[in-house]
Design a protein around this ligand. Sequence first.
Ligand code: SF4
Length: 243
Amino acid sequence: MSAIPPELPKPLRERAERSVAQLRAAVAEYKNVCYANSLGSESVVLTDLIWGSVPEIDIFSIDTGRLYPETYDLIERVQRRYARALRIYYPAAADLEAWVGANGINGFRDGLEQRRGCCAIRKVAPFRRAVSGRGAWVTGIRRGQSASRALAAPVEWDSEYGLHKVSPLLDWSEAEVWDYIRWKRLPYNSLHDSGFPSIGCAPCTRAVQNGEDERSGRWWWERAESRECGLHPRRKIPTAALG
Ligand code: SF4
């Protein structure tokens, strides 16, 4: 059965078809492609497109150990819907124990260096293992999510991890993501109904107010330009774009 139902409104169907075409082109070009599923609203759209139309792309998620209970519920519901298992990567226990021993259980709040240290162990290291030996990884970032992500390209060379990075939802709006979720009745994280447009680890994510940047609930105590976990580059943003 097609992942993209013909009854979808034409603009949305065309958006989805373009994203699938981009995913297929990535498989043709880079062969061994994986998708880093971050379990947000974009992720359920991409999971549906991949498992419905480009199933040769491996999907994985990272369990940092500090996720919201609602996020674990979502993993369960997604797996049940597609009768497929997400591959879950975990931080290295010894590294995590050493870091918590040195910095404290919530030491990531003590400064940018500590926060990046926690993300490095809980997210970046498992991610590095997951993409090792791959030709490309897929991400669900959209231009509308932040000033930094607005500068991204659909396909980029990811010099940090040594493979290509493909962003098939880059030009989707938040409204299109939600239209697709509703049309297909996809499972999604229930925190999205409580003001969370972007959901990461529980201690580092909060709800946002109407009109705020979608990413403003992530590491909200930091300056906007530092709010990435290390999987996406922190681009130099023109001063004018920061408003
Ligand atoms: Fe640690 Fe917060 Fe980064 Fe999660 S988001 S890995 S809890 S610093």
